[in-house]
Ligand binder design. Structure first.
Ligand SMILES: [Zn+2]
Length: 215
């Protein structure tokens, strides 16, 4: 008897522990299920490459700011002056882009503008979105400049799409003085007139290596 009493409590103790474990497992399962409901939405946005995310940001789909601030509607070309994102580009850059786009069209390649000139407000919004997307200012800086440093705000940069257009430009752009500037942004082009004679300058790995971004 004196031996059974402790044995019983031990059994009861084990049973209670098992019930606790079972309850815990149910709770964990419920939490996992709740998270599971949310995961597809958030993982689909993180599954998209930074490029996709950035491109959609560039197009202003998630933007509260509109065309007047530089959001460019789908299907815009370098000939669409009435769109501020295109019309406010540096005239020399736009001229070069139009020549290139005309010759690309003759090769069967359509050149579209995903983003061009941007207002400082729009640029800052893109930066804020990038910081929340990438989790830190350091990582966001690899993709989005500030309003003070962005060549988009000064009208000196354009983001081109789709992929066959950027592929065409990577091959022929230098003939027009159009150069890819950053290794991680195959869509971002700026005018480098000296490229017509000497070819494009070496690219920066990403904008953080660009001396213009050091402010
Ligand atoms: Zn760009």
């Amino acid at each position: 008897m004196p031996y059974r009493q402790p044995a019983r409590t031990t059994t009861r103790g084990i049973r209670i522990r098992w019930i606790r474990v079972a309850v815990l497992l149910v709770v964990i399962a419920a939490i996992a299920a709740a998270l599971g409901d949310q995961l597809p939405a958030s993982s689909s946005s993180t599954a998209a490459s930074p490029i996709d995310v950035l491109r959609s940001e560039h197009r202003g789909r998630r933007s509260a700011l509109g065309d007047a601030d530089g959001a460019v509607p789908d299907g815009a070309t370098v000939f669409d002056d009435e769109i501020p994102g295109v019309g406010n580009l540096d005239p020399d850059l736009r001229r070069a882009l139009r020549q290139a786009a005309t010759d690309a069209a003759n090769d069967g390649v359509e050149v579209f503008v995903d983003s061009g000139w941007r207002s400082p407000e729009y640029q800052n919004q893109l930066l804020r979105e990038a910081v929340s997307e990438y989790g830190s200012e350091e990582e966001a800086a690899r993709w989005v400049a500030t309003a003070e440093t962005s060549a988009h705000v000064s009208g000196d940069a354009v983001d081109i799409g789709p992929f066959d257009a950027t592929a065409w430009l990577s091959e022929h752009g230098a003939e027009y003085g159009l150069c890819q500037i950053y290794g991680n942004e195959h869509w971002h082009y700026e005018l480098r007139p000296e490229a017509i004679a000497h070819g494009c300058p070496p690219m920066y790995a990403d904008p953080t290596h660009d001396p213009r971004m050091q402010q």
